[in-house]
Design a protein around this ligand. Structure first.
Ligand SMILES: [Zn+2]
Length: 419
């Protein structure tokens, strides 16, 4: 069965041609977009002939041919040898070049995972790296693991480095800003990794990385309005609206987790009080459990899930309270964005069966259309963020990156956001 590429929802031959997160602005941009389209069709329908790319995309065969030549030269794609059959010569087929790989890392408050991933989203290697309070030490450990990967895969071409971070990334500096759960003060992570590895480095917010992974390698083909919410130690969100990823001013869009829902509530890592994440994160569930079991031993989130499965009443109460808070927040988010789809990612999605009924009922309660959005649990935790980190590097060559950076370039220096 043929798949439609994730970010080419509508064939460009149609009158209302629109690409996800691409704004058509100039002939130069159009040429780049055509390149994205060809790469997308090869990725989604490989192995595929030039003729079929032209047919599926609606692009002129001559346009497809010249773009394919460029992609072959740049080694993004490769062609199989010509096959002779009884009915004559069959055209050569194009596939992504699996020898082209990326170094990726997913940095979280307590640990990082470094990995090697190819253009199709397959992992060649993964390794856990400790995260400590000193960003320089942590970044050096990640870089040394990545150098070891490179030394073990000398047959591969390392195209770049993608990093998923638990914070927002400033569009003008490409550095991490606002990471309340990772108390690293201003640290030039991208510049340091670039200096240590000698490769281009892209950082991306973890929720946006997970949503990119779904767009590039995932299950949301044809969806133009979606919100991905990660629920782990904190809450993050990424927004796909009318087919575009929304970055917002300074890349800070999507911080639903830090909307205060109770000004008298507990303190949050962002400096505020009673933020949604203070009630809906896994940290919140653990806090509730401690309040219900003040003399009990400290438990991890996974142990809390196990206790709930063993019918421990305090664990069940803590998770139910968290699920209710998640659903209530999603209800507000649904009222604002009206997405077709809410994707749940992060630690909660690993145990979504425990949460599903309460979250979906709370979100749908009083939904304006009486139905509410569809829910999908991403359910593969760090794998999704690591794939997302690879998609971030892929996107560097595509519309999302260009659109976001055109906006950043256009911004006048006097409008920078005061932090
Ligand atoms: Zn907060």
């Amino acid at each position: 069965m043929k798949r439609t590429p994730a970010n080419t929802k509508v064939a460009p031959s149609r009158a209302n041609a629109q690409l996800a997160y691409v704004e058509v602005g100039s002939s130069e941009l159009t040429r780049d977009i055509n390149r994205d389209i060809v790469l997308e069709y090869v990725r989604a329908m490989q192995p595929i002939s030039r003729v079929d790319v032209a047919r599926a995309s609606g692009l002129q065969p001559s346009t497809v041919s010249s773009i394919v030549e460029r992609l072959l030269e740049e080694r993004w794609i490769r062609e199989s040898s010509m096959v002779k059959t009884a009915r004559g010569r069959r055209p050569t087929l194009l596939s992504l070049n699996d020898d082209m790989v990326f170094l990726v890392a997913d940095i979280r408050p307590n640990q990082a995972i470094a990995a090697v991933v190819d253009l199709s989203g397959r992992f060649l290697e993964r390794q856990i790296v400790p995260v400590c309070a000193h960003p320089e030490t942590t970044i050096q450990s990640i870089a040394s693991v990545m150098r070891a990967f490179q030394a073990r895969h000398t047959d591969k071409t390392f195209q770049g480095v993608g990093v998923s971070v638990p914070g927002r990334v400033d569009l003008s500096t490409d550095e991490m800003v606002f990471a309340p759960n990772l108390q690293w003060q201003a640290f030039p992570m991208r510049a340091r990794l670039h200096a240590l590895l000698g490769l281009e480095v892209q950082l991306e917010n973890d929720a946006t990385a997970s949503l990119l992974a779904e767009l590039w390698f995932g299950r949301i083909d044809g969806v133009r309005n979606a919100v991905l919410v990660t629920v782990s130690e904190g809450i993050g969100a990424a927004i796909l609206a009318d087919g575009r990823l929304i970055a917002g001013r300074d890349g800070l869009a999507g911080e639903f987790g830090h909307i205060s829902i109770d000004p008298d509530g507990p303190e949050c890592g962002c400096g505020g009080k009673g933020c949604w994440e203070v009630f809906a994160s896994t940290t919140a569930a653990l806090r509730t459990y401690r309040e219900l079991q003040p003399s009990g031993a400290a438990v991890s989130f996974v142990q809390l899930i196990a206790l709930a499965m063993d019918e421990d009443p305090s664990a069940r109460a803590a998770l139910t309270q968290q699920a209710r808070a998640i659903g209530q927040g999603l209800h507000l988010l649904n009222a604002i964005m009206s997405p077709d789809l809410i994707l749940l990612a992060g630690d909660v999605s690993l145990f979504y069966d425990v949460y599903r009924d309460v979250i979906e009922a709370e979100c749908r309660a009083g939904a304006m259309d009486g139905v509410g959005p569809r829910f999908v649990s991403v359910g593969d935790g760090d794998m999704s963020r690591l794939r997302g980190a690879a998609a971030v590097v892929l996107q560097r060559h595509s519309g999302y990156y260009r659109a976001a950076h055109m906006r950043a370039d256009k911004r006048s220096p006097t409008t920078s956001f005061a932090r």
